[in-house]
Design a binder for this molecule. Sequence first.
Ligand SMILES: [Zn+2]
Length: 86
Amino acid sequence: MARDSEGDRRDETDGDRRDETDGEPRAPVVCEACGTTNRVPLSAVAEAIDRHNERVHGGEAVAEVDPAVRDALADLVARDIGLLDE
Ligand SMILES: [Zn+2]
């Protein structure tokens, strides 16, 4: 059937879009030693911190999620679990 050729078009939309508006929340990763703050998607935060500390600081735990945000995140997660429980 002639309709099959339409199937390929979907790949275009999935190409290399790297918008920040894909809905994933981001957390600021702060490194005081470097004086930098990077916004990283939550799912990549741990890896970003690990990688930075390893490459730049020889494995020392220098970079971290902004403490204020980390507290808020912990609160969110706690609430999420609470909601699921009830
Ligand atoms: Zn650093």
